[in-house]
Design a binder for this molecule. Structure first.
Ligand code: URA
Length: 243
């Protein structure tokens, strides 16, 4: 791995601002391989030495992945002059990591949102060719029925001529249903259901691939994803059955 400055390394970990970590280093709180160092400019290879702060070993991590239960009322953006964004909900130590949302949920949609600083990962999740399934719980005005299920499975054509890939629709009774799509066109689920005369009243994303929303997080809650969970993003929730 390439060498990097000690102060940058500590910042990348989200431990503090550049100014704070420099103060800690100058105060002798940071050690490399057990020896205190006092120079923020010192260059090191994080893969080949052990860095500690106040005697506690630090694990250098370049890429970060978090799951958020996005609440209704905030926009999926990194910044906005007028509206609250999902990044505004992060605690200060996470705001320093350069995270951005993977894909987009509408302001009035809640549920599973992945935040990362890994552009390749984001692309692999959102690229239409990747075919990663996203599952939504929708409440609609009307009662979805077997005809809607068939129309979704055949691939809907929206009012403006947009062709949708075949999608899943599961009726849960009353106006509740589960929609599974493999793409992420603009307002896709709302437009699909509206095209069947069932306008969406509320929408919540439940899963991406086989990664399920952690319902214990609560609105605006966030937690780190471990490597195993990350892999599940690229798996199907249910193994596909042969035709
Ligand atoms: N489809 C929509 O219509 N809205 C979302 O937020 C996500 C999928």
């Amino acid at each position: 791995m390439a060498t990097m400055r000690l102060d940058k390394l500590l910042c990348d970990l989200g431990l503090g601002s550049r100014r704070e970590v420099r103060d800690w280093i100058r105060a002798g709180r940071v050690s490399i391989d057990g020896t205190p160092v006092r120079s923020p400019e010192l260059k090191l290879d994080p893969a080949s030495c052990s860095v500690s702060l106040d005697g506690k070993a630090l694990r250098y991590q370049v890429d970060h992945y978090y799951m958020m239960d996005k609440p209704v009322g905030v926009i999926t953006a990194t910044e906005d002059p007028a509206q609250k964004t999902v990044l505004d909900l992060l605690p200060p130590e996470l705001q320093r990591l350069g995270l951005f949302p993977v894909g987009r949920l509408d302001k009035d949609t809640s549920g599973l949102l992945i935040l990362t600083n890994d552009g390749d990962f984001s692309h692999r999740v959102t690229a239409p060719k990747a075919g990663v399934e996203k599952r939504y719980l929708a409440e609609v005005d009307g009662i979805p029925d077997a005809d809607d299920v068939s129309a979704f499975a055949a691939g809907l054509i929206l009012g403006d001529g947009t062709k949708c890939l075949p999608a899943g629709l599961e009726c849960l009774g009353g106006g509740r249903c589960i929609v599974t799509v493999q793409e992420g066109k603009y307002h896709q689920v709302k437009r699909m259901l509206a095209s069947r005369g069932k306008p969406v009243l509320s929408l919540r994303r439940l899963s991406i691939g086989a990664l399920e929303l952690d319902e214990t997080l609560g609105p605006g809650g966030i937690r780190e994803l471990d490597q195993q969970e990350l892999c599940t993003v690229f798996l199907d929730r249910k193994p596909k059955t042969k035709a």
